[in-house]
Design a protein around this ligand. Sequence first.
Ligand SMILES: Cc1cc2nc3c(=O)[nH]c(=O)nc-3n(C[C@H](O)[C@H](O)[C@H](O)COP(=O)(O)OP(=O)(O)OC[C@H]3O[C@@H](n4cnc5c(N)ncnc54)[C@H](O)[C@@H]3O)c2cc1C
Length: 258
Amino acid sequence: MKIAVFVKQVPDSAAKITVENGVVNWGDAPLVINPWDEYAVEAALLLAEKHGGEVTAYSLGDESAKEALKHALAMGCAGAVLLSDPALAAADTAAVARVLAAAAQKGSAELAVFGRQAIDWDSGVTPSMAARVLGWPALSLVAAVEALDPGAKTIKVARAIEEGRQVVEGKLPAVLSIVKDFAEPRYPSFMGIRKASQAEIPTWTLADLGIPAPASAVETLELSAPLAREVSNEIITGDSPADVAAKLVDKIIGEGVL
Ligand SMILES: Cc1cc2nc3c(=O)[nH]c(=O)nc-3n(C[C@H](O)[C@H](O)[C@H](O)COP(=O)(O)OP(=O)(O)OC[C@H]3O[C@@H](n4cnc5c(N)ncnc54)[C@H](O)[C@@H]3O)c2cc1C
């Protein structure tokens, strides 16, 4: 069974992000694999280990996205492909989903595994949009794969939803987006890191994928930093903890918080 896992290169979550004149800047902070996508890679590797198969990682981006792919290779993926084309420089989610879907098809994947969301643009809909393009079932927010039968082409998963767990069944090929509960991502091994550093990562352009430049439906018009919030502090003192608590309650009620 061929498994495709999709990883995005994003600024480190500890980076100090600034926005000036509509341009996002994260200074010298490193770019890293999207943290949610480490869970996706772990899930893909566990499924391949249990049910047989091979995992290939794909990332859409510029040359720097190869670092995210190397991380996936170091974790144990068998191969990695960069998806890159100048025509995709300002692609929106619908366009990105079309490209990722085309890669899943070119790679003959039976499972396309995604993270639940990317920590930079945060739309969280790329997996479902890719499923729609492919015409495959979208099994989102997957916390566990309860059964997978590559022969019968069926999959049963538990979805983590606010109200609890929902168990659903679908047919392969399918799209999965993975949440934290699935399994803690493994650390890349020393051998894995060495192998990844020497790996040749091919690039597939739109021509290689055999698709025209997908049109964007959404255009970003403005980007600005979050509005600065005015914050003031007041230390509440009293003769005893009960006195402080009573004053705090009065304050909270007075401010209309409760
Ligand atoms: C220079 C630039 C210009 C942009 N312009 C626009 C614009 O005009 N309009 C607009 O709507 N958006 C724009 N975007 C945002 C871009 O379209 C999103 O990054 C993309 O749609 C994915 O959405 P997301 O990051 O919210 O991913 P999510 O949907 O939150 O990601 C979910 C999962 O999808 C997978 N995934 C997402 N992106 C990738 C990727 N690149 N490679 C591999 N896997 C991936 C990962 O598994 C991830 O965990 C722009 C981005 C850049 C860098």
